[in-house]
Ligand binder design. Structure first.
Ligand code: NAD
Length: 485
């Protein structure tokens, strides 16, 4: 169902929230900066408790009508959001690059993915499951919507990770209040504006603000579930805030994904794949390969091939067509990444490439940096820098490398690379991670469950498992013989 927009949406200005289908402002505002230039590109509302309460109230007013609609109608409208976004895809890609910093290819992947997710999640449903149906008794499991969902998203994939929440929440019959990251609110604000004449008022609301607004959403007595993507530290705070009202939670958190490279790889061929496994989105990727375990037999060759390939990738403003990697997205993250550079230098690590940050650059640019075999105990190997500094580590024994890969509180993703398919699968099956990719990486699908083990999260997004998380299950039993026991 394509329904062209009747709205005159200007993606370059007038950033308002959407509450009850209407543009909404707040008593104060804050600025959004282009990370490639450090220039202010927008001023956005900074919602207080009052605007949040209005959004939640609007979402509750919309809930009875929205949840009572036949699912086919909800699916058609969710799919139509994808159509609407596609009409404006070029503008959204440019806006995404401006607010997030990512180059064109990354913006195409993210906006293209957002369109696809709206359309594919819209094909999913959770029909009643008949558990028992005999002459005397019928038992049915139903999946009923929760009510109003709160979604809180990060700055690395701002629009896609919002869509991963909006689409299933609405298909399942909920209404939603979304809070994007204060560093990257623009595409989410414009998405809500773009569809404000398509959806009934109050079904999809966006409020804009900082971390304190996130806390208010997590605590809000009238929100039934929080769908959160962000850091593990913040995820724990969300869980604590949400405990007061026992909200349902889906938490997609941090990771320290190991990549295990077997001795039978072709170093030249594998280098570009390993490079993008680690550095896609400038390594600001929950699922980036963050520790590269390379078998000692090929260690030097893979390291050298990685260095050679990395030299071909331009770091720069994502708006320039030949840029492969953009800037770090924001100032606090830039400061955090700098700490890892300083720590590596202080520990005497060897840089196979990079290592020096030019702080006079116009944006928050950091060079691709490969650290040559730092100790397993170093911060760089143990923590999540979330920036383009990657430790390469040697291994020789299979059991030992698996133990090292699993020796972390995180468990988001992992990859194994090699020609011996039986061996990579054998290793992959022993890794503690929500997604284990074998000879590939960053492959996601609306039909593939995505989530973390251990402290990388609770629950999952995508697939029918993800859709289920936007519902309560209900056992509906019928005794067909009234009066009998
Ligand atoms: P963050 O945790 O700092 O912020 C995420 C969101 O939470 C923002 O909207 C923020 O305003 C809000 N927030 C902050 N404090 C809050 C509080 N006390 N209560 C409620 N909300 C609060 O994360 P970030 O720096 O924006 O994103 C980077 C992190 O996200 C990395 O750790 C990365 O691994 C993780 N991440 C995970 C996934 C995944 O799917 N598992 C995907 C992308 C990013």
């Amino acid at each position: 169902m394509t329904q062209p927009s009747t709205l005159d949406v200007d993606l370059d200005r007038d950033y308002t929230m959407t509450i009850d289908g209407e543009p909404a402002t707040a008593p104060s505002t804050f600025e959004v900066v282009n990370p490639a230039t450090r220039e202010v590109i927008a001023t956005v509302p900074d919602a207080t408790a009052a605007e949040l309460d209005e959004a939640v109230a609007a979402a509750w007013r919309a809930f009875p009508g929205w949840s009572a609609r036949p699912i086919e109608e909800r699916q058609a409208l969710v799919s139509a959001i994808g159509d609407r976004l596609e009409e404006h895809a070029e503008g959204f890609m440019a806006l995404l690059t401006r607010e997030q910093g990512k180059p064109r290819a990354g913006a195409e992947w993210e906006v293209g993915g957002s369109i696809a997710w709206f359309r594919e999640i819209a094909k999913q449903s959770l029909p009643d499951e008949i558990v028992e149906d005999g002459p005397e008794r019928r038992v049915v499991t139903r999946f009923t919507p929760l009510g109003v969902v709160g979604a809180i998203t990060p700055w690395n994939f701002p629009i896609l990770l919002a869509v991963w929440k909006i689409a299933p929440a609405l298909v399942a019959g909920n209404t939603i209040v979304v809070k994007p990251s204060p560093f990257t609110p623009l595409t989410t604000l414009k998405l809500a504006e773009l569809v404000s004449d398509l959806l009934p008022p109050g079904v999809f609301n966006v409020v804009c603000g900082g971390d304190d607004l996130g806390r208010r959403i997590s605590e809000h007595p009238d929100i039934r579930k929080i769908a959160f993507t962000g850091s593990t530290e913040t995820g724990k705070r969300v869980m604590a805030s949400a405990s007061g009202t026992l909200k349902r939670l889906t938490l997609e958190l941090g990771g320290n994904d190991p990549a295990i490279v077997l001795p039978d790889v072709d170093p030249e061929r594998i280098a570009p794949q390993l490079f993008w496994a680690a550095f896609q989105n400038n390594a600001q990727f929950c699922n980036a390969a963050k520790r590269l375990y390379i078998h000692a037999d090929v260690y030097d060759a893979v390291r050298d091939a990685l260095v050679a390939y990395a030299r071909t990738v331009k770091v720069g403003d994502g708006a320039e067509s030949d840029t492969g990697l953009g800037p770090i997205q924001n100032a606090p993250q830039y400061e955090k990444v700098k700490e890892y550079f300083a720590d590596s230098r202080a520990q005497g690590h060897t840089f196979a490439l990079g290592g020096e940050i030019d702080e006079s650059a116009p944006g928050w640019f950091v060079p691709v940096t490969l650290v040559d075999d730092p100790p397993e105990t170093s911060r760089l190997v143990r923590e999540e820098p979330f920036g383009p500094i990657l430790p390469l580590v040697r291994w020789t024994d299979e059991d030992d490398v698996i133990a090292r890969a699993n020796d972390t509180d995180w468990g988001l993703g992992a990859t194994v690379w090699g020609a011996d398919l039986e061996r990579i699968e054998r290793i992959g099956r022993r890794l503690e991670a929500g997604t284990v990719w074998l000879n590939e990486v960053h492959q996601y699908s609306p039909y593939q469950a995505f989530g973390g083990h251990k402290q990388s999260g609770i629950g999952c997004e995508n697939s029918l498992h993800g859709l289920t998380e936007y519902t309560n299950w209900q056992s509906l039993t019928l005794n067909k013989v009234p009066g009998s026991v």
